[in-house]
Unconditional design. Sequence first.
Length: 278
Amino acid sequence: MTQINFAPSIHGDREPCGTKYPIVLLHGLGYRDDMALLASWGRIPDYLSQSGATVFLGGLEAWDSIENNAAALKVNIEKILADTGADKLNIIAHSKGGLEARHMISHLGMAAKIASYTSVCTPHRGTSVADLGMKLVPCEHEFEFKAVDFFASWMGDNTPNSHIAIKELTRAHMAEFNQNTPDAPGVYYQSFGTTMTSPLDDPFFMLTYQVIKMHEGDNDGMVPATSCPWGVFRGLLQGKEAGISHLDMVDFRKHDIAGVDIPGFYVSMVADLKILGY
């Protein structure tokens, strides 16, 4: 695995995360920012705020399409810019949120308003788990998708479409997406990932880890390591005692994982953005 190296911290800086531009955090598939019991970013927003960052949440739907979420994100970001008076924002996106941000930047005229784009465990080249899902439940009218959409509506989604949301994460769709979604000049793109070392690292992903391992190799339980890189690839976060899963990377369990302080990782990430001038 690739070791992540950040720039040295600013000596004596009381606000190491006090970036030039505000931070917007974007969650992935299946989450909302207003879920009381399952906070989409754990302790991370508080850690960043306490370290000097101005932090906002993106307000994405849990089970909507990339295109629809990107359109909603544009509205939310324009409001944040108006409220703060900032010229630009820094985006940090986990999983599918990274694809919605890329779509917004490249297709919705937002490149001039985004200073930097950071993706974490985003399936830029798709995942075989989505491929398998489409094979097992190929029809959008099947009960499984209807059940997910019903649950998503109950959670607060306005236009859930789990069939499209999962189909868009297939390897074939992402190859087409990448061809049609070039990076925008003037935006700094970087990416991070992680991997589990065995199915036991996170029982929640025990089966999906093995599916991806069989077809694509090392993975975090949802996204192959080969699918994470985009722009400047900063590496895979390494656990000291075990692997780190897809959900671990957003502080889902709110405690150190595999000997790693996950919120501290994001503090280092944002401190690095500050050093880089963003």
